[in-house]
Design a protein. Sequence first.
Length: 331
Amino acid sequence: MQSLFPSKLKPGDEVRVIAPSRTMGVISPENKALALKALENLGLRVTFGKHVDEHDLMYSSSVASRITDLHEAFADQNVKGIISVLGGYNANQLLDSLDYDLIRQNPKIFCGFSDITALGNAIYHKTGLVTYSGLHFSSFAMQKGFEYSLKYFKKIFFSSDPITLLPSKDWADDAWYLDQENRIFHQNSGYKVLQPGQVSGKIIGGNLGTLLLLRGTPYMPVLEETILFLEEVSHARAVEVEEFDRNFQSLLQDPTFPKVRAIVLGRFEHSFGMTEDKLSYVCSKPALKSIPIITNADFGHTTPIFTFPIGGICHLQAEVSGKVKLSIEKH
């Protein structure tokens, strides 16, 4: 399918915040105010879906409420970008109710990560509209260590120039939204090359567990000629690595996987328990032997993160020496 790229943002544009997964009700008033101010400092006019504050037993809202806000955001000609409040666990509930013709006829930026992976990949597959795995509205409340995330958000949405994705200088995996002052940052060692190679391909991916929810449904993207960007979140369980291993194996069994061109893995949290030896073992499967694999990229559930286009074109060059060049041409 031909990719359809939304228009870039410019100062004065309206951005609509919606809650397709968890609700604004789980965000503190202080962090909501900080996030709003940060987006307004970019020159954007921020509006909110009518139902973003609804709060049910699943820390979300009804399918009808979430669909209404999403459809209204796409239909409103004044809205140039749509950003999710937060991730969660139930965005895939919306897939059967989405008006994909409406979305296709009103292409605009749609951005979020984690649980929003289900919507971003499904919308791209059904409409050709390039969506974005990147910052939530709530992410903009971060006060320390946010410069890298903001830099790449601006690069992806305010410019059409090719982007080279350089590693961040440091990173964190703390609950920053609970304590903005006492944060612990770690020096970033940069990309790790598990298997070298040089390829280009269309980006598909995001959160692995969420992407797998689409398998066997009409919403699963075709993986042929793609570079998969994959990450996973820690739930502080003893079997995190084993579960990632079997989920990864499930993706490898997709009928279109044999024509995947490369894999880029986002950084794992410390509590995940993924070591370099374990990751090398997980990636030693026969189905992966002929494709480049790089790890420790700045996306997923550590901070900071870069924003990347689902359906955009990525160029990857990974050398045996460990040198990596990762760039995005179309976004």
